[in-house]
Design a protein around this ligand. Structure first.
Ligand code: NAD
Length: 506
């Protein structure tokens, strides 16, 4: 725990001591600042103080903190009975209700109270910092200081200067975030700032996949966890956050970007919101919850199937070699001629293309074609995709073959790009566009997404990991097949793919 400050602030005012304000207060006291807490609601400050002190006491019991430290931290927390008591603060952070008028009114009131040199910081997650500042006499001292919930555990804070914020204030607030022990991600004042902007693709593309009936929520979640390495699938995450929050964020960011198709929300969540299927908090969302336990459908049972000769497309030699090894390991006959024999099972390895288009392009009979997602290899789960004409016996044979060593198999309806390919390509593309718009430095984008969203890698590193050219191919084919500008590749991605450069190359 940080115990002393290296920032230039000594006294911080916190207005609004709810979920966020109390966390910010805790970190500030730990960083050595004197903290003054104000809330309009009777008893709210006392609740917040008790909550924070209780946290420190638990730290003492667990040996993470000495009782002297806990006492010193507590001595730094003071209650402000009225706003006027914040007069001596050199920075005030507001964490009140998410409402523009309320925040502008508060900052106007504060301008009449604090010194002209004092900084006014907002913890808003969705309102433009520049717009909040526009209500102030001195907009140059207003800045976004955006923490994540729960504040002490989410080790990141976004520092967002408005268009008129002075550079020295951005520097000082960045130093304060550092002193509070968090990674400070400098971002421009754009909708969703950095982290909530970068998080748009995961849920919206999963919802499109669901909307196209490619797979059910549990299948999509399993693929993203097992093949994508995500801690949580998109539907588990939507259920955890609650659709009252996440649908509102999806709509807000989409409209703030003037209907940018990459952020287009889904009618599915609007309707589920109307039905009260908010997620875990209402006992039912995309899953049902019984005594807090998510009810998941069982894994697919793979029926018995006789071995057949197997022919593998050579679209991607590396993928073909991996599949060939699997066929011989399973003891099935591998066909190595240019064309399959009349009854061979044909395995295809498309990127961004559906199984139908791939079979057609290769001049194969669709009824015996099954596509396998090779983007993440074959290690933890195997995703198969069928054409509308694929014979169920051939689907079973493919599933049996891919499951021969017990690795779970998911079967998808035909889709331009499998589940993993689509969601990963959209995450990388949104991250690339954030870099293109210079919302933040490439390294900041990646670190902020790891810390703020818990993804296995930041979007740019993820693109490098899967191959920049492959991601571009997925997007180009999805765009060509659907005509949906949602999939248009960012110039950042196109240029780096053309030049063979890393996506982290500025
Ligand atoms: N909860 C999150 O996950 C999260 C994450 C990041 C940012 N934020 C942002 O932080 C802010 C606070 O969110 P929260 O979740 O802590 O809310 P909250 O409802 O838990 O707490 C808000 C507190 O502000 C007080 N308040 C409201 N209006 C006030 C006013 N005019 N003056 C003084 N006190 C006032 C309320 O009494 C309440 O105690 C919002 O802007 C929100 O968008 C929230």
């Amino acid at each position: 725990m940080a115990t002393s400050t290296s920032s230039s602030f000594t006294t911080i005012g916190i207005v609004g001591t709810g979920a966020m304000g109390r966390g910010i207060a805790q970190l500030a006291a730990q960083a050595g600042l004197d903290v003054r807490l104000f809330d309009l609601k009777q008893g709210a400050v006392d609740d917040a103080r008790a909550f924070i002190e209780n946290h420190w006491q638990r730290g003492v019991q667990k040996g993470r903190l000495s009782s002297q430290q806990a006492d010193a931290f507590s001595a730094r927390l003071a209650k402000a009975d009225e706003l006027q008591a914040l007069a001596g603060c050199d920075i005030v952070v507001e964490a009140i209700v998410e409402n523009l008028d309320a925040k502008q009114a508060l900052f106007s009131d504060l301008e009449a109270i604090v010194d002209t040199a004092a900084v006014l910081a907002t913890n808003t997650s969705s309102l433009p910092v520049t717009r909040i500042a526009a209500g102030c006499r001195y907009p140059e001292r207003v800045i976004g200081f955006h923490f994540f919930n729960p504040v002490p555990l989410m080790k990141i804070v976004e520092v967002i200067p408005g268009l008129r914020t002075r550079d020295d204030i951005t520097e000082r607030v960045t130093a304060l975030g550092d002193a509070m022990g968090h990674f400070t991600a400098r971002a421009t004042d754009t909708p969703g700032f950095l982290v909530n902007h970068a998080g748009r693709a995961f849920g919206t593309e999963a919802l499109r996949i669901l909307g196209e009936s490619v797979a059910d929520p549990a299948t999509i979640d399993r693929i993203m966890v097992d093949q994508g390495g995500f801690k949580m699938g998109p539907f588990t995450l939507l259920d955890l956050t609650g659709l009252d929050v996440s649908h509102a964020v999806m709509e807000s960011i989409y409209h703030q970007f003037f209907e940018e198709p990459r952020f287009r929300p889904s009618p599915l969540t609007r309707q589920r919101l109307d039905a009260g299927l908010l997620g875990r908090k209402t006992g039912e969302g995309f899953y049902r919850y019984v005594e807090g336990q998510q009810q998941r459908p069982a894994e697919l049972e793979i029926p018995e199937a006789d071995a057949r000769p197997v022919w593998i497309s050579q679209d991607d030699p590396e993928s073909a070699a991996l599949l060939a090894r699997l066929v011989t390991d399973a003891g099935w006959v591998l066909e190595e001629d240019d064309a399959p024999s009349p009854h061979a099972l044909c395995l295809l390895t498309p990127l961004g293309e559906d199984a139908t288009a791939c079979a057609h392009r290769l001049g194969l009979d669709a009824w015996r074609c099954v596509a396998v997602d090779m983007l993440a290899g074959l290690d933890r789960r195997r995703s198969l995709m069928t054409t509308p004409a694929t014979d169920p016996d051939y689907v079973n044979a493919a599933a049996r073959l891919l499951n021969h060593d017990g690795t779970p198999v998911s079967i998808l309806q035909d889709s331009n790009g499998f589940v993993l390919q689509r969601i990963v390509a959209c995450i990388v593309n949104v991250g690339a566009e954030i870099a293109q718009q210079r919302v933040a430095e490439p390294a900041t984008i990646d670190r902020a997404v790891e810390l703020g969203l818990g993804y296995p890698q930041g979007p740019l590193a993820m693109g490098d990991h899967y191959g920049v050219r492959r991601i571009l191919t997925i997007l180009e084919r999805m765009l060509a097949a659907t005509g949906d500008p949602r999939y248009r590749p960012s110039p950042w991605l196109r240029r780096r793919a053309a030049l063979g450069l890393s996506l982290t190359q500025a």
